[in-house]
Design a binder for this molecule. Sequence first.
Ligand SMILES: [Zn+2]
Ligand SMILES: [Zn+2]
Length: 184
Amino acid sequence: MPKWIKYACYEDYRKALYKRLADSIRFEIGTGCWLWNKATNLGYGQTYVRGFGSIGAHRAMWIAKHGDPGKLDVLHNCNNKLCISPLHLHLGTHKQNFKEASDAKLLQGQWKTLCKRGHPLSGDNLTPWTQWRGCRVCATGRYRLRLGWPEHLAFDSNIKVPAGYMLNRETGEIVPGKGRRVSV
Ligand SMILES: [Zn+2]
Ligand SMILES: [Zn+2]
């Protein structure tokens, strides 16, 4: 435990730290990730924490929620280096981190040219907000499903809903109206 903690109230500092971190994110619908929107280093969010120096923002979040992780690494369940959601973090060894990252790479299917629904995994259809090669049409589809769209329409990339329009779920037509817009 860093020296300064003897002189300050650690609990209060952690609460303030949590608030500061939580104010520095963009919530990602779909994944539930808290994407760090301040300084980064090697793909990780970077921030200063008293007694720890300049460290990963995800590590800072662990300190804020649980205290000093010591020698252990703070790892991502979601494999998104920018994410600092407390629900997406767990502790592990450095070796584990390396292994998980390479396993994840295999799962991401770096060699794949199509997603599991057959959309091209290239160019504009790649999700720019993830570190892995995600399918944009499917990301939109999953979001649409949550809004109550039927599955056969949700994953149809030809259906675009402009501002001021909504999907008529019965007929499948795009009609003027005030539905929640799907912009991804
Ligand atoms: Zn996450
Ligand atoms: Zn897809």
